[in-house]
Ligand binder design. Structure first.
Ligand SMILES: NC(=O)c1ccc[n+]([C@@H]2O[C@H](COP(=O)([O-])OP(=O)(O)OC[C@H]3O[C@@H](n4cnc5c(N)ncnc54)[C@H](O)[C@@H]3O)[C@@H](O)[C@H]2O)c1
Length: 274
């Protein structure tokens, strides 16, 4: 059911690769809630073509931008403002990739060139996007910016590798921009820390299925589906959350506050000791 929460608002949504993507669900819902949106992704992802379907369904245009390239981000926000007929009220950063994780380089054996790419693509791009939007004068007063994070920023999940460091940086960037933009333009900036989710980026993590099942067993509400993540993000884009800023907000079914569950403890107790 739509509530018209984003009626009259304009937004830029990055990271919709396919129907499983968190950004895909956010874009579909933002459209249903009355927003006009521009979709963006790296040119290489756009060539896969699935984003065209989303653009058609949401009546939006696609402006390609590699989120590690300042000139492409400048172009994105300049054109988005032109195309949408004014500055944007909300921006979603839904971008993550680690060459080390992809190529199974563990945390104790990182390739440092790839490590730089992980941080650049998955975290610094959040800073770059916001800075590009500010410099293009493309952000509306009172707007809202959200980036997607994961609890590996606070706790160790060994298979998450250098992405943990990227998420810690991403959350810090969100807090810092939240201060600067809050002061100047009443714009809020938050990160949403989502449960493990079966997407292209998620399933690239080593041992992802085990991690997914573990989180499910450790969350009183169970893992949060991506559709619900989109619902939460829409509320953050709406005027209902105008004083929420500089936060890392868990959307994880209670995982982050749970120490143990009988299911997990029983399972361990019943396992033969090695
Ligand atoms: N899936 C999970 O378990 C999970 C959990 C918590 C947080 N997240 C985060 O959610 C966000 C979205 O991931 P997802 O799970 O929807 O997976 P996804 O693979 O659908 O989305 C990742 C997106 O990043 C884009 N991207 C990669 N490099 C880019 C670049 N240089 N420039 C622009 N875009 C680029 C990809 O094209 C893709 O669209 C990521 O930040 C991810 O870390 C995912």
């Amino acid at each position: 059911m739509a509530y018209g929460l984003l009626k009259g608002k304009r937004g830029v949504i990055s990271g919709a690769l396919n129907e499983q993507s968190i950004a895909w669900k956010v874009a579909a819902l933002a459209h249903a809630e009355g927003a006009k949106i521009v979709l963006t992704n790296a040119p290489v992802a756009m060539r896969m073509g699935e984003i065209d379907k989303l653009a058609e369904e949401t009546g939006s245009i696609i402006i390609g931008a590699d989120a590690t390239k300042d000139d492409e981000l400048d172009n994105l926000f300049t054109k988005a403002k032109e195309n949408l007929g004014g500055p944007v009220d909300f921006v979603l950063h839904s971008i993550g990739m680690s060459p080390n994780v992809r190529k199974s380089r563990t945390y104790d054996d990182l390739n440092y060139e790839w490590y730089k790419q992980t941080l650049d693509i998955s975290a610094m791009s959040f800073h770059r996007m916001i800075q590009a939007a500010v410099k293009a004068d493309a952000l509306a007063d009172g707007g809202s910016i959200v980036g997607l994070s994961y609890i590996a920023a606070q706790r160790v999940f060994p298979g998450y590798g250098d992405m943990a460091d990227a998420k810690a940086l991403l959350e810090s960037i969100g807090r810092s921009w939240g201060y600067h933009l809050g002061n100047k333009m009443k714009i809020r900036v938050n990160t949403v820390s989502q449960s493990p989710s079966m997407t292209t980026a998620g399933s690239g993590i080593k041992g992802f299925t085990g991690l997914f099942d573990f989180a499910e067993a450790m969350s009183p509400l169970g893992n949060a589906p991506t559709e619900d993540c989109a619902n939460y993000i829409i509320s953050l884009f709406s005027d209902l959350t105008r004083y929420v800023t500089m936060q890392n907000l868990y959307h994880d079914g209670g995982f982050s506050s749970t120490g143990a569950t009988p299911f997990v403890v029983d399972k361990l107790m019943n396992e033969p000791k090695s």
